[in-house]
Ligand binder design. Structure first.
Ligand code: ZN
Length: 282
């Protein structure tokens, strides 16, 4: 195991020093709940130890997603009725979005194998794409379409619903991750332990596409297995288990398959695909 920062101790020290102000910012801006900040701190520390470029991508995901969540927050309130969780992210959301990335970073740290770099890029691109699609997609003027039948329209915020705006947002997120990777790789090559062959641009582009595909898998899982409920009182359809102070009724999917499990599953599928296809890409 080699540390790009030199030693494990120095890595922990420098990583903590860099992560602390971001954690403080997340606390002040109410982006994350307290326990979520602790989980996120450890996630970013492992990621930082693995490679500097990994850490920059994680921070790029976190800052862009938090900013989009805050953006025009009031207009989102009507759609917030439907989402299981909104605003401040809890520890389960951090684990759901960060588990696959942490796993890839840890594997890369131990094995130094480039296939885990591809896995890392794929999952970061999926979770960023999913968040961007959700936060920007709600502003779509048209109602989203049902991913299992694109001719059918569903109301905004329905899991499994996709809009053109949301899809473009997810694709843009992939490009954002792609360009951030190359910028960092270009400027701080020597401080990062990640090295790819000369023709890696194509490989990485494919991985970004896998990441974008992950956002589609996410919507797909949202449509077929995620638990979806109806409020007995106001008849609103929602991901929430309780609405108008009463327990909602399950109308489709599995009760245990919530939005966090959807995110965790789609990021794990994407990581698996990227690693499996890596021999053809590297
Ligand atoms: Zn209700």
């Amino acid at each position: 195991m080699e540390f790009w920062v030199g030693s494990f101790e120095y890595g922990i020290l420098l990583g903590s020093f860099l992560n602390a102000p971001i954690g403080f910012f997340a606390y002040k801006k109410e982006c994350l709940e307290k326990e979520a900040i602790i989980v996120a701190f450890f996630v970013s520390l492992i990621v930082f130890l693995a490679a500097f470029v990994f850490w920059v991508l994680l921070i790029a995901f976190f800052i862009s997603s938090s900013a989009l969540t805050k953006w025009r927050g009031k207009r989102k309130k009507e759609v917030a009725e439907k989402f299981e969780k909104t605003g401040k992210r809890d520890k389960y959301q951090v684990i759901a979005n960060g588990f696959a990335a942490t796993l890839m970073a840890a594997f890369f740290l131990v094995t130094d194998s480039s296939c885990f770099v591809l896995g890392y890029l794929a999952t970061i691109s999926t979770v960023t794409g999913d968040t961007w699609a959700t936060e920007i997609g709600v502003f779509s003027k048209e109602d989203p379409r049902w991913i299992l039948n694109l001719k059918k329209k569903v109301s905004k915020g329905t899991s499994g619903g996709i809009s053109l705006l949301g899809t473009i947002a997810a694709f843009t997120a992939s490009l954002f991750i792609f360009s951030t990777y190359f910028l960092v790789d270009f400027f701080v090559k020597r401080s990062s332990s990640v090295s790819f062959p000369e023709n890696a641009i194509f490989s990485i582009f494919i991985v970004i596409i896998i990441g974008f595909f992950g956002v589609m898998i996410d919507s797909f899982l949202g449509a077929i297995i995620q638990g979806y409920y109806e409020c007995k009182k106001c008849k609103v359809k929602t991901e929430k288990r309780v609405h108008c102070g009463e327990k909602t009724i399950l109308i489709r999917g599995k009760e245990w398959f919530n939005n966090d499990i959807v995110n965790l599953s789609s990021s794990m599928i994407v990581v698996f695909l990227a690693v499996v296809f890596s021999p053809f890409l590297l």
